[in-house]
Write a protein that binds this ligand. Sequence first.
Ligand code: UFG
Length: 318
Amino acid sequence: MKILVTGGAGYIGSVVVADLIKLGHQVKVFDDLSTGHEDAIDPAATFINGSMLDKLALASALHNCEAVIHFAAKSLVGESVTNPELYWNTNLIGTKNLLTAMVQADVRKIVFSSTAAVYGDPLSSPITETAQTIPKSPYGESKLAVDDLLSEFCQSEKFAAISLRYFNVAGAVGNLGERHSPETHLIPNILSAVLNSEHIFEIYGDSWPTKDGTCIRDYIHVADLSVAHVKALTKLTHGTHHILNLGTETGSSVLDVVAAVEAVTGKKVETQISSPRDGDPAILVTSNKLAKEILGWEPVYDLPKIVEDAYEFMKANR
Ligand code: UFG
């Protein structure tokens, strides 16, 4: 299949691109390198350096494509609270540009990176796709707006769409791993405290309503997540928008993750408690029943494997 991958130079996008190439697909990567890295793009993919706000560049990138996997977005909860405009422009306007260009090019198949952040503070756990969506951050709001837009395009333009709502993606596949600057994510931050004695790991709040007072998340290996994208491409149906949560159904607190890092690395993690971060929900753990049913997918990796792979990646890329 000929596939356009927006954001294919980013952490998750680059892993998916490598998997697509391995399976024999022809891939074009469209990325402005604002947070991605050119050296993360599989050399067998064609790279187009372009912005989601550039309608002409999008139109030309779609030439000869059959489907799109759309990762290109801003994705930090905290940053979206301080700079919401960046999130509305890149995530909503950028996607609107892409969908309009797709109609013009008659490319009507899309797999979209949505997020658990659309659910806000869920009323019950594990979260299913029918749960109320009340995002706590502009990031979650902008992704929810795109999910709604995709439903409309499936109705009015006979798009075939699957939104994949990621829970906490982590781990690495060989030399493809998290390289954010600044790094805000939990597992790289704990590992960085292990690898650098001057870095003390900060726990954002220890009086959340959870078993040990720290936030609980559902960590999923980027390799498992990638497989779900590849399967989603084969399940696209015109006129239908599937929304699927991707996670492992296992909740780990920040302290559980610290313990997993200590077990994997054999090193003690220095921690300090700081204030809770704006926009953080206390607990996000998903059901993955619907994803299993629709995609025929099952995550295979657990938290120790996620930490192990992220640790190997970080040691090699310090
Ligand atoms: N945390 C710390 N210290 C850190 C970093 C994080 O205590 O240095 C805590 C956070 O407060 C949170 C948990 O660790 O409770 C996970 O934080 P991350 O920043 O790793 O991830 P988030 O849950 O904030 O967000 C991630 C993605 C979002 C996605 C969300 C879905 O960045 O895009 O998972 O669950 F929406």
